[in-house]
Design a binder for this molecule. Structure first.
Ligand code: GLV
Ligand code: MN
Ligand code: MN
Length: 400
């Protein structure tokens, strides 16, 4: 097999390109993401791996037969809107190449590559939906009811891919097959570039969550409604966005973002009847995160009331801070030339799996430090170094 990480990624460079923003828009179970899933299955089959899709839509490609005590690596193929080429696919392409290295070295032992659906939560709102379903971190009925922007439910999208939504949910049998899970991922900051190192081992993931805030007012005519007579939720939403920034800046290490704001119905000459906005808050200390979100909720109600509107806030997901197993983390750093340890502010399936199986992550240098944007970057040599690091890690774990 002569594939390299770069040659594999070049094969999918035209899939799901975003003509509006640049980069890639590959929502879960869209044509683009399904094309990528087929692409992965074809490569897995070409390598003689046994490929199956489990009841939660996770693809598994097995070396050494389906069974227990497997060393598993993997990541995701879905993207945020207008995302980069590497967030997710780098981990999948590196896994294929790492398996090639192990094969060439004659390394035996059961291993698998897993492809998780809806890691970004960019279509149905809940990140790491596949791993949350697998581990029982989300109720399948709640997952089925999630809808995308077109009103398609997750149940319906699941059905359209040929899976039975009635079978979604905790899968202890599949989970029990994983002896250790290692996810390779592009670094989503500049730490490795600044350290002049190609790879790092993850130490932690910031606790993070998503909240939907709906501000309701009175829809009316932009020309005939006097300024004094308005209940305009857009004004309250605009003030709330700046208040999120102010409150978050007051807490060291906190991150607060409003990345999506939707006026309903949304017309230039229409005072909105409602504005939905989505809040993403992260902090190493989960109590602080909760406290900040409560403060933002209070601010939303107050700012809404000032405009004669009301505000309601609902939690869509929350993942506590993850500290990766220090023993496993240090063993991996040891086989990777004393790779540095790095915390991350980004969520990952490895973080969701961590409470159920031994889990670790490897990060690969991103010279721009940018992610969730087209400027995300990995140099060819680093991509191959990353795959070699993953192979070395898997080999160490297979030998136990
Ligand atoms: C996933 O990339 C996230 O951290 O939102
Ligand atoms: Mn990712
Ligand atoms: Mn991402």
């Amino acid at each position: 097999m002569t594939d390299t990480v770069s040659s594999l990624l070049a094969e999918i460079a035209d899939v799901g390109t975003d003509l509006r923003r640049g980069g890639y828009t590959r929502p879960v179970y869209s044509g683009a993401e399904l094309d990528l899933r087929w692409w992965f299955c074809a490569h897995a089959q070409k390598r003689g791996l046994d490929v199956e899709t489990d009841r939660n839509g996770i693809i598994w490609a097995w070396h050494g037969g389906v069974g227990d005590d497997a060393i598993v690596t993997g990541s995701h193929l879905d993207s945020v809107p207008g995302g980069g080429a590497y967030d997710g696919p780098l981990g999948i392409a590196s896994a294929l190449v790492a398996f090639d290295h192990l094969q060439a070295r004659g390394v035996s032992g059961r291993r698998a590559i897993a492809v998780f659906p809806e890691e970004e939560g960019s279509r149905f709102g809940v990140a790491c939906l596949g791993s949350r379903l697998l581990t029982g971190a989300i109720n399948p009925r709640q997952a089925c009811a999630l809808t995308d922007n077109d009103g398609v439910t997750f149940a319906e999208a699941t059905r359209r891919t040929g899976l039975n939504p009635g079978h979604l949910g905790t899968d202890l049998e599949t989970l029990a097959r994983i002896a250790t899970f290692v996810e390779l991922h592009v670094e989503q900051g500049r730490a490795l570039a600044d350290m002049d190192r190609p790879v790092a081992v993850a130490s932690s993931i910031l606790g993070h969550g998503r909240w939907r805030i709906a501000i309701s007012g009175e829809g009316n005519h932009a020309g005939t409604t006097l300024m004094a007579d308005r209940c305009d939720p857009m004004v309250a939403a605009a003030r709330l966005v700046t208040e999120v920034q102010r409150l978050t800046r007051g807490i060291s290490d906190a991150r607060g973002t409003v990345g999506r704001l939707v006026p309903v119905p949304g017309g230039t000459n229409v005072i909105a009847a409602r504005v939905d906005l989505w809040l993403d808050v992260r902090h190493p200390d989960d109590v602080t995160t909760r406290h900040l979100v409560d403060e933002i909720g209070r601010a939303a109600r107050k700012l809404a009331a000032q405009e004669g509107c009301t505000a309601e806030m609902a939690e869509e997901s929350f993942t506590p801070t993850v500290d990766f197993d220090p023993r496993l983390r240090d063993r991996i750093a040891g086989v990777l030339d004393a790779a540095p340890l790095l915390g991350t502010g980004a969520g990952h399936d490895a973080g969701v799996l961590k409470d159920h199986v031994p889990t670790a992550m490897i990060f690969v240098r991103n010279p721009t430090g940018v992610s969730h944007a087209p400027q995300e970057e990995v140099e060819e040599a680093d991509a191959e170094t990353g795959a070699a690091a993953l192979a070395g890690t898997l080999e160490m774990l297979l030998h136990r």
